[in-house]
Design a protein around this ligand. Structure first.
Ligand code: SAM
Length: 265
């Protein structure tokens, strides 16, 4: 593709790619409707970020990463992996599982995929009989995290997360009532707080519009049991939506709220 002016986002490969990687990157760029920029052998990404695109999704042998002039971000299942190990060892104290009352066979709609951590936890709890669909509005984040989830080794007891590039409100509106047991939101927090690595980059590329009462109502229609919302402690995130924080751990900076479904299923 001939790019005359700088574009917001494009796809490329590492500087010494194999032909199969180039084919994968080209195909992904076509699917995501983004320009594919071939990279010459050993060509550094810095000048490409100055002249061609504000950010690049880079296909490398080890995985897919997002680059801009300030940093880089790749999918890292670390925290989710730890939570999954705790669950596998029989511990059921994960706040998401408790507040959502998640169980085997559940169909879960995660409206805010982000780094994919909560979706990965849900995918283990619902197991191979269940389903986890996770939505991400930011194309850059969707691209990196959905590719990371494809390569993740789930193990036989876990369902794979189905990631979709979609806006939560629009997607919810397209669904029939009672389509999922649980609908979950973890929107961007109002007040940025100290965060784990990877989160700064997420913040730059994420959708920041707050969850509205309309979207919450739509989610209650789509849910069969609960709509669950995560917010930041000491913020108005939940209160603004009329939600009470569920009793939780003193040691985390998150609070969890829930409202019952309006659909009878
Ligand atoms: C705080 S992060 C979610 C973190 C996630 N729970 C995890 O475990 O990694 C919020 C994410 O939701 C996305 N998002 C915000 N509003 C959205 C919407 N209306 N539709 C889809 N995704 C949205 C943001 O782009 C961001 O990636």
């Amino acid at each position: 593709m001939n790019v005359r002016s700088r574009v917001p986002l494009a796809v490329t490969t590492s500087g010494k790619p194999e032909e199969t990687l180039v084919t994968r990157a080209r195909e992904a760029a076509r699917q995501w409707n983004l320009p594919f920029i071939p990279r010459r052998k050993k060509e550094p990404i810095g000048p490409m970020l100055e002249s061609v695109a504000d950010a690049f999704i880079v296909f490398e042998r080890e995985g897919v990463s997002l680059w801009d002039q300030e940093g880089t971000f790749s999918f890292n299942p670390g925290m989710a992996h730890l939570r999954r190990l705790r669950i596998q060892s029989g511990q059921r104290d994960d706040a998401f599982i408790r507040v959502a009352e998640l169980r085997t066979g559940d169909h879960v709609l995660d409206c805010t995929l982000g780094l994919g951590q909560d979706a990965l936890v849900a995918s283990l709890v619902v197991g191979s009989e269940g389903r986890v669909v996770a939505l991400e509005k930011s194309l850059a984040l969707y691209a990196v995290v959905s590719e990371g989830l494809k390569a993740y080794e789930y193990g036989p007891d876990s369902r794979h997360v189905e990631a979709l590039h979609a806006d939560a409100h629009e997607y919810l509106r397209s669904l029939p009532s009672g389509a999922f047991d649980i609908v979950f939101f973890d929107p961007m927090f109002e007040k940025p707080k100290k965060s784990q690595p990877g989160f700064e980059m997420l913040r730059r590329f994420a959708e920041h519009a707050p969850l509205t009462a309309e979207t919450l109502e739509e989610a209650r229609r789509v849910a069969k049991r609960w709509v669950v919302v995560k917010g930041a402690k000491y913020s108005e995130d939940l209160k603004k939506l009329g939600l009470e924080a569920e009793p939780g751990s003193r040691y985390t900076s998150m609070v969890w709220g829930r409202v019952p479904a309006t659909s009878s299923g």
